[in-house]
Ligand binder design. Structure first.
Ligand code: HEC
Ligand code: HEC
Ligand code: HEC
Length: 479
């Protein structure tokens, strides 16, 4: 197992540079793009809207675009939205921006729903104005993104979006009887921060399934969990303060960690929000209807969690070296014991006892919700594919699909769920891991943002239209 030596060296490099790694993390600094006392209030407000609406997740921190949104039909690339006249939106009027955001219509073409305009549809005019003023102050970058969207026929026919928009917009409804704070939260969740884009499952037209609003949805190899206030499968046991802390820092000690796409949401957007806005989001999430799903979360049984071996070993990965070296020897000697496998493959970062090395942002994984779910697929996927950490500057978690067999991954999955998740038992088999691996290519939804599924709805629509036309033609011939 060669990667082990790499990991061990990472461990050491990681250890010595832990101060560097700790930087820029967990610091909800006031650093908003281009916010400055020299700017007008309107511009500064626009900068804040851009954060709340997370334009940077796709258009980049410098707004030059280029981020690929994967779809079964091909990649859709976010465009340059700096005020460049040639490559960006320098020729946009405020009315143009309003149409693009609220209706998905650029001046000369329809925009694909990879851009979350179904959510921005409810964006207030005054917020669009602020955003427009702000986008004028962004440094011009006269460059096209490296790649250009080029979907095959018929998806290159952008006018098709008109039909989809007609049935799927507006994508959410405003609830009755909310307090003012909750109304603000609703606006943030539904419109600006577009949380439902990932957390709400899709219906047959690939619009939002409104009855199961925010109750969880598959996102490629990630799963965006149920965030309704259901106690067994959602976040009903979280306090409002828990929600605020999670959105601010990306974690709740020994309970949740914001990985993958959610890590990006925190990194680019929610950690910058004002306390009052995070509070509004939390208050609103408590007021949405609870939806119960099968994917129950096992409560943490504190008595079953590992005790940190000792304070210094938990915080000093170097002191764990001997354990890891022994595990490495065992595994190369053919040991398939889940504990040795865990130590060999994961221990160098997550620690011999799962407590990681928090100071260096080696994530502790003890007690995390993602390892306590009924459905182990999320954890299996994390082990298969790793995590391209966003809130985190320490070494990224690698994927193990090449190095470990399905049997070994199943063993580690069970080990982690039982020992660190405090589950009474876990019976993931090699066949279960194979199933997760096999489901990938078939899963046409290898996409970063589920909004794109919309496009599949269009295929369905086209097929239906062709079918109807054929039926009409045939019935005429038969006359
Ligand atoms: C989830 C990813 C995502 C987010 C978030 C997002 N965009 Fe986009 N945006 C895209 C993609 C992808 C395209 C290109 C779509 C296409 O090719 O049809 C796009 C296109 C656009 C366009 C059209 C440009 C043109 O003329 O072709 C504008 C304007 C725009 N975005 C502005 C914004 C603003 C402002 C925000 C924040 C309020 C934002 N976007 C947030 C993905 C995103
Ligand atoms: C780009 C997709 C995406 C968007 C947008 C998004 N989320 Fe998430 N969210 C995820 C994923 C994926 C996870 C699971 C992360 C993990 O397992 O590490 C998650 C996890 C969470 C969790 C933890 C749930 C649990 O039980 O562990 C909460 C709470 C949450 N999101 C709230 C929000 C809120 C509020 C918003 C809007 C402000 C939002 N999310 C926007 C994808 C997204
Ligand atoms: C090179 C270091 C490294 C190794 C090796 C590693 N991880 Fe990780 N892991 C991380 C980091 C860093 C994170 C935090 C994710 C991020 O950066 O956003 C993480 C996150 C996780 C999470 C939390 C996922 C979530 O979003 O809730 C789990 C579970 C996990 N790792 C399990 C494992 C297992 C099991 C192994 C061994 C098969 C392993 N890791 C190996 C670095 C590592």
């Amino acid at each position: 197992m060669k990667p082990l030596s790499i990991m061990l060296s990472m461990l050491i490099i990681g250890f010595t540079s832990s101060t560097v790694m700790a930087e820029g993390v967990n610091t909800p600094s006031a650093s908003l793009p281009n916010v400055s006392p020299a700017n007008s209030d309107l511009v500064n407000r626009g900068a804040y809207i851009a954060r709340a609406a997370d334009c940077m997740a796709c258009h980049g921190e410098d707004y030059t675009g280029g981020v690929a949104i994967e779809t079964p039909m091909g990649d859709i690339y976010a465009t340059n939205i700096t005020p460049s006249k040639r490559y960006g939106i320098g020729n946009y009027t405020e009315a143009d921006l309003k149409k693009a955001l609220q209706q998905g219509r650029a001046p000369d073409h329809m925009i694909y729903p990879a851009m979350p305009y179904p959510s921005y549809n409810g964006m207030k005019d005054e917020d669009v104005s602020a955003l427009f003023a702000y986008l004028q102050t962004v440094p011009v970058v006269d460059e096209a993104p490296e790649y250009k969207t080029d979907l095959p026929f018929p998806f290159n026919f952008r006018t098709l979006m008109l039909g989809w928009n007609a049935i799927n917009i507006p994508s959410t409804e405003n609830r009755e009887g909310l307090t003012q704070t909750q109304q603000r939260g609703e606006y943030l969740v539904n419109n600006l921060a577009h949380c439902g884009t990932c957390h709400t499952p899709r219906n047959s037209t690939m619009g939002f399934d409104k009855d199961n609003y925010l109750s969880g949805a598959q996102l490629g190899t990630w799963y965006a969990p149920n965030i309704t206030p259901d106690k067994s499968s959602g976040i009903g046991n979280w306090s409002e303060q828990d929600i605020i802390t999670y959105l601010r820092t990306g974690e709740l000690d020994q309970r949740v960690f914001a990985g993958g796409p959610m890590g990006e949401v925190v990194a680019h957007s929610t950690r910058y929000l004002k306390d009052a806005d995070l509070n509004a989001i939390a208050s609103y999430l408590k007021a949405v209807p609870a939806v119960r799903t099968d994917d129950k979360i096992h409560p943490v049984d504190a008595s079953r969690l590992p005790t940190p071996i000792n304070e210094s070993i938990t915080h000093d990965l170097l002191a764990q070296k001997d354990y890891l070296a022994q595990a490495k020897a065992d595994v190369s000697g053919g040991s398939n014991s889940p504990e040795a496998l865990y130590l060999a493959a994961c221990g160098s970062c997550h620690g011999v006892d799962g407590y990681g090395q928090p100071d260096a942002r080696y994530a502790p994984i003890v007690g995390l919700s993602s390892i306590r779910r009924n459905n182990p697929d999320g954890l299996i996927n994390v082990i298969l594919h790793g995590i391209n950490g966003a809130t985190n500057t320490s070494p990224k978690m690698p994927g193990f699909s090449e190095e470990l067999s399905s049997q070994q991954i199943a063993g580690i999955t069970n080990y982690v769920r039982v020992n660190f998740g405090s589950l009474a038992s876990s019976n993931v088999s090699a066949a279960d891991v194979d199933k997760v691996i096999a489901s990938e290519p078939e899963q046409p939804f290898l996409i970063k943002y589920a909004g794109l599924l919309a496009i599949i709805g269009i295929i369905v629509a086209i097929v239906i239209i062709i079918f109807i036309i054929r039926t009409i033609i045939r019935s005429r011939r038969h006359r």
